[in-house]
Structure formats: C-alpha cells, structure tokens
Design a protein around this ligand. Structure first.
Ligand code: ATP
Length: 363
C-alpha cells in the first residue's frame, strides 16, 4: 500500500453550541479527538450528533464555541477550505461516472495535475480493495462496494479528519459487520482521525478507540468501549449501552441500599447515609439458583416466566415476588437448561456488579 499514513490530527470542540429556534440542540459541547483516534458519537435520534458533525464540516455555523483543528480555529472557514471530509449514509455516487471517475471527481474540480490524480485514485482504490472495479459503474456494484467508493472519494482528498455520518446504516447486517471491520483496518493503516456518528451501540463499541455518548446536546461520557459498558457514568449511559435491570427509588438504610420492594443491595463501596438514586444490574451479572429459605442481600426471589434462546446466550425472564420483571442471561446456550417456566428461583449478583447512580445523575 503506497498511501502514506498521516501523523494524525487533533480536533478540539470547546463550548460548541447550536440553537434552532432558541432551543440548544448542541449545548456547550467539549470534545477532543487525539491524533489518529477513531471516536464514535453515539446517542438516540435527535440528540445532536449530525448537527455536531455538520458544524465541524462547515455546513452549519455554531452560535458559540471554538472548533480547533491542529491548533487553528476553523469555525469561520467555509466548508471547502477545511481539511475535513464527510461520508454520508446516502453516498450519491455519480451514476454515469466509473468508480475511478467518481473517486477522481473532487481532484479534477480542484485542478490537481492529471498524473497525480491517476496515482492518488489508484492508491485509494487499492486501500479500499476496489482496484479491480475501477472501470465499473456504481450500478454494477453491491451496496457495500458502493459505500467503499464513497469512502475512497473522501479519503482521496487526504483529509486531516474524516467525518462519517451513519455511513453503514443502509447496509444489511452481515455486510455492515464486514464493512465495519474493513473501515477500522483502513483507519488503523492511515491513522487519519475519524469521527463516526451512529445510533448503533454495537457498531460504536466494536469500532472505536473511544465512544462519546450524547444525550440532549451534551456528552454524558467519553471513554473506551469497555469503560462505557462496565463503568457507565450516568443512568442514561447505563441504559443506552447494553441491557439493564434498573431499580429506581433506592435509599441507603443501615449500610445497605434498599428499593421500594425491599430488595437489598450491597455495592462494593458502602453507600453514604441519606443516599437516594438508582441501582442497575446487567442481565449477564445475575445468576439463578433454586429458592432456598430466606432471600439474602444482593438477591431477590421470583418465578421463571420465559426462557428465550438468543443465539449466543440464553435469556430468562423472571417475575419477582413484588411483580417486577428481571432479565437474566447465561452466557452459554450449550449449558443444560437448569430452570423452566414456572420454577421458583432466587436471582442473585455480586457487589462488583451493583452499579449505583445518585438521583442527580439518574434524572
Ligand atoms: P438522528 O440520529 O435522528 O439523525 P441526531 O442526533 O443526528 O439524530 P440532529 O440531526 O443533530 O440529531 O438534530 C438534533 C435536533 O435538532 C433535532 O431535534 C432536529 O429536529 C433539530 N434540527 C436539526 N437541524 C435543524 C434545522 N436545520 N432546523 C431546525 N431544527 C433542526
């Protein structure tokens, strides 16, 4: 591969705010992308992901804040003067141009010398493994191949930062997973800084160095994928990434946490007197046992209501004595099925799996 890796660029957003009709949709956002980093912006529809990307690209003007690329504030520069390119979900290739023609288009517009265009198009098509398809028209390619042409069209400009707005959303699941792996390999080779917008948590966790979880125009947590999953900073993050069993209205009582139904929790760190908030426990952190005598701390009793095979795991739905639903998951489907519908069980968990959110963070 002849395309040289870059040294990677730093992108900083400082207090970036955008209002539409008076309402902030991006609210004093701070975000720093390190050189060569792959960061995902993950959040529900309408949380401001696309607006953030559009401000970095120059398609939207921030009402406040700075956008700094390698030490230079680019917030006032027109889009075509920023060394930033965007790959969109709808990639709108020119149907009458070949793959090579599509990739060359931007360079031709900018009157890059012919020989250089040829060289850069060839090396970029090699990078996305489409060199054999250079003379085809977009209609003669699969969806995944077309998306790789769109990627090549952006990368051929050698941007300092590549912005990707749900670029894989239109692909079916299997293809999407293949392109995810490929995209990450390309990014690792080039070391171009990538900012990837998605509402698909699996995609964000699988591809990114760090994931920024957005909610209501703000970033609630920016961390490595493992930390976002294992150590969510807020109740929102805990619920948005992966599944959870939430116990709201939990209070500190004599060194334990107790919910409204009397379920008792002992987290790793003893709760402060007067604590109020939420406890969250992942389904895979809960084990089921036959019901035996009094229900201990970090456990609750119930009846198995459903057993579902999810492919790589088995899910039990337990109706607790107080009537709430508890999801539990055992990792191995090959394990013998220990409980069936109607069995009385005790669901329990260890202190290290008790995630605690004070009411202020649980809003
Ligand atoms: P999605 O995943 O649905 O694309 P998103 O997180 O990317 O969501 P944005 O597209 O950034 O969200 O939109 C954030 C909010 O701003 C939404 O409520 C949207 O309706 C609003 N919005 C976006 N663009 C405009 C605009 N040009 N005028 C008015 N409101 C807008």
């Amino acid at each position: 591969m002849s395309m040289e890796p870059t040294s990677g660029s730093t992108l900083e957003l400082r207090g970036v705010t955008k209002r539409f009709g008076g309402t902030p949709v991006v609210d004093s956002l701070d975000l720093v992308l390190r050189p060569g980093e792959f960061v995902s912006l993950l959040g529900p529809s309408g949380c401001g992901k696309t607006t953030t990307l559009r401000m970095i690209a120059g398609f939207e003007q921030p009402d406040a804040g700075r956008i700094v690329l390698d030490g230079v504030d680019i917030a006032e520069l027109p889009a075509n003067k920023r060394e930033v390119n965007t790959v969109f979900q709808s990639y709108a290739l020119f149907p009458h141009l070949t793959v090579a023609g599509n990739v060359a288009y931007g360079l031709r517009q900018r009157r890059v010398p012919r020989a250089e265009i040829a060289e850069r198009v060839t090396e970029t098509l090699q990078l996305v493994r489409l060199e054999r398809f250079a003379d085809r028209k977009p209609a003669e390619l699969s969806g995944g191949q077309q998306q790789r042409v769109a990627l090549a069209r952006a990368l051929v400009n050698r941007p300092r930062v590549l912005l990707l707005d749900e670029p894989l959303a239109a692909l079916d699941r299997q293809l999407r997973e293949e392109v995810q792996i490929e995209l990450r390999l390309i990014q690792t080779r080039l070391r171009t800084t990538f900012l990837f917008v998605t509402h698909d948590q699996g995609e964000a966790l699988a591809m990114s160095d760090r994931v920024a979880i957005m909610n209501g125009g703000r970033i609630e947590q920016l961390d490595e994928p493992e930390l976002v999953y294992e150590r969510p900073a807020t109740r929102f993050v805990a619920g948005f990434v992966g599944q959870q069993n939430f116990f709201d209205d939990v209070r500190a009582e004599r060194g334990l946490l107790v919910d409204g139904d009397g379920v008792r929790f002992l987290p790793e760190t003893a709760p402060a007197a007067g604590f109020q908030g939420t406890v969250a426990i992942r389904p895979e952190a809960i084990s089921l046992r036959p019901e035996l005598g009094e229900v201990p701390v970090n456990a609750c009793a119930g009846v198995v209501e459903a057993v579902n095979t999810l492919g790589d795991s088995r899910q039990y739905v337990v109706r607790t004595t107080s009537g709430r639903t508890l999801l539990t998951r055992s990792a191995r489907v090959s394990e013998p099925r220990r409980f069936g519908v109607g069995d009385r069980v005790v669901a329990d968990w260890t202190p290290d799996h008790v995630a605690v959110f004070p009411a202020a963070l649980a809003a």
